[in-house]
Design a protein around this ligand. Structure first.
Ligand SMILES: Nc1ncnc2c1ncn2[C@@H]1O[C@H](COP(=O)(O)OP(=O)(O)OP(=O)(O)O)[C@@H](O)[C@H]1O
Ligand SMILES: [Mg+2]
Length: 375
């Protein structure tokens, strides 16, 4: 069997580890020196905005899937119409690419999302804040990641600064309520064309400067909210007739209500923990789902686990040079992405399984800190 994947970064690279076990061929769209290309994954050179490159990629696999959403959706829809099995479909992928469309669609499906409005100019934000309250959050309608394209604004001065920055990147913006956060969760659901659905346990996520830094399971929010998160994920997967994998990022506000922050229709940073902590990895589950194979068992396999990202240190040094220090931490599973180090760049992650979430987090933090050179 064969899968063609748009993107050749670390998610594609970890997908290959899963593909090897299933003897699934994987071909990725990107550059030879991308994280997946560097370990020998077959690469079709080009970008997701190039229709011919997409077409060439699609020819190389039974199904076409993605590790990121940076692609021309009209081109994707066109090749889908030519008979390519795009999973998830171009129509569903639009939900991940266009956050306003995502918010509107989810609202129409009865899913609770933060209140929002398009923000063509700063006065639209001013009106929104007057109707609701500060802070408000300005976001890029598409193309944002790791907190780039997210501005939490306490006043109009911050709003004007955000618009100035966005103008440089020619970004279309919208505004939403600043949710008073008690917790952030993420949950990953897989659905195959057969209709089979499998949901991983919800995990607690911790962001710093908008970037995911830590993930812990089991979640601390309690079983009622965890099962509500599960219901929301299943509802969206079924309504959207998902074929593939979807990550749902959720907010828990201080009133204990659950709101959907965003969707990613692919493997996700918050799902890395399942590689060691659950009975199937998100990467294998993704391949199974897009190939319409029976899904793996997403049950938690350990009492507790934590994942901590390894981020490029400010001095530009390479955490890979401190691998031995990270591996010294008992039962630390280190994953390095083979990317060149840059301050603030996600270069890898560490997962630790342990009897309690606190112990797992402590050891995963220690291993990541050792590798970042700050322990
Ligand atoms: N409306 C909001 N209210 C409060 N905090 C928010 C809000 N929107 C975003 N945040 C904070 O900023 C983080 C990043 O926001 P979001 O997930 O929308 O951006 P992103 O850059 O697309 O992230 P990702 O890297 O997950 O794609 C959130 O995880 C949350 O901590
Ligand atoms: Mg996010």
């Amino acid at each position: 069997m064969s899968v063609a994947m748009v993107g050749a970064g670390q998610l594609a690279r970890m997908s290959w580890q899963a593909a090897i076990s299933l003897d699934v061929e994987l071909v990725c769209l990107g550059a030879a020196d991308d994280a997946a290309g560097r370990v020998g994954v077959e690469i079709v050179g080009g970008s997701g905005y190039d229709r011919e490159a997409l077409r060439e990629l699609a020819r190389r696999g039974e199904v076409l899937t993605y590790e990121h959403e940076l692609l021309d959706l009209d081109a994707l829809a066109a090749i889908e119409a030519e008979g390519v099995a795009a999973r998830p479909s171009a129509g569903l992928l639009r939900l991940a690419v266009d956050k306003v469309h995502q918010r509107r669609t989810l609202s129409a499906w009865g899913v609770t999302v933060p209140a929002f409005d398009p923000a063509p100019d700063t006065s639209a934000v001013e009106r929104f804040a007057a109707r609701r309250q500060w802070p408000v959050v300005i976001k890029a309608r598409s193309g944002g990641y790791d907190g780039r394209g997210v501005w939490i604004c306490e006043d109009m001065t911050a709003v004007e600064a955000a618009f100035e920055q966005a103008e440089r990147g020619a970004l279309e913006l919208y505004v939403e309520e600043g949710v008073p956060l008690a917790n952030e969760l993420a949950i990953i659901v897989a659905r195959a064309a057969s209709g089979e659905i499998a949901v991983f346990e919800a995990v607690d996520t911790h962001q710093e400067d908008g970037m995911c830094r830590e993930v812990v399971m089991p979640t601390t929010v309690g079983s009622a909210l965890a099962s509500q998160a599960r219901d929301v994920a299943v509802e969206i997967a079924e309504r959207g007739e998902l074929q593939g994998l979807m990550a749902v990022e959720l907010f828990v506000n201080r009133r204990g209500e659950l709101l959907v922050n965003e969707l990613a229709l692919r493997t996700h940073n918050t799902g890395h923990i399942h590689t060691e902590a659950s009975r199937v990895s998100q990467f294998e589950q993704h391949l199974r789902a897009v190939l319409n194979l029976p899904l793996g068992d997403p049950a938690r396999a350990v009492p507790a686990a934590a994942m901590v990202n390894i981020i490029g240190p400010a001095d530009g040094s390479d955490p890979a040079d401190r691998l031995a220090a990270g591996l010294q931490v008992r039962s630390a599973h280190v994953h390095l992405y083979g990317k060149s180090p840059r301050p603030g760049r996600k270069l890898g992650h560490v997962t630790v399984c342990a009897p309690t979430p606190d112990e797992a987090l402590q050891r995963a933090r220690l291993a990541a800190a050792q590798m970042q050179g700050d322990a």
